[in-house]
Ligand binder design. Sequence first.
Ligand code: ZN
Length: 232
Amino acid sequence: MLLKTLREEVLEANLELVRRGLVLYTFGNVSGIDRGEGLVAIKPSGVPYEELTPAHVVVSDLEGNVVDGNLRPSSDLPTHLALYKSFSTIGGVAHTHSEFATAWAQAETPIPCFGTTHADYFHGPVPVTERLSSHEIAGDYELETGEAICRKFARLDPETIPAVLVAGHAPFCWGKNAHEAAHTAVILEYVARMAYHTLTINADCRPLARELHDKHFLRKHGRNATYGQVKS
Ligand SMILES: [Zn+2]
């Protein structure tokens, strides 16, 4: 079996979405990439999570040609591939229709940073893409979705904002591997739910002060991070 370890990691990341209550039925998909081989492993289309094994995980090249696996890949594969091509440092992508993050996507409203939980993971609001045109929807829809995400990040850093809300659809998240992408999806849902509750309590709530936002993000990420244990 080609890329056995990557397939196992991708399967485990997909199951993490189930354990955390982020997916219903066969919704959602996580992929991972082997940059050296130029190959992507992704959940197959329409297979119940409880039946998934590493052998079910589909391996494709960066053009979407299946190179190993008997099943069809998730229909969102072209979106994942567009992200891998544009965001050269990411190693995993996760897509869910988790309730609160999807509600923000449907409202076409960026998730503001109201607190340090958000600031620990996202160095700014979680952005929303532009709507796709009718031409893009009728064309190569999943690829166009990926292109819309990449356009949104033309002036944003995907390493410091590892998630996006696709207008009228749902979130896509990423990380340095499949596990981290799924982890980001779980945190995004938590942050989206808390932002909703924050505005319910106080509709005029102001975003977190820039200094506190920077403090929390930068102590966990970047060259001078101080969070966690020193790695030997
Ligand atoms: Zn979707």
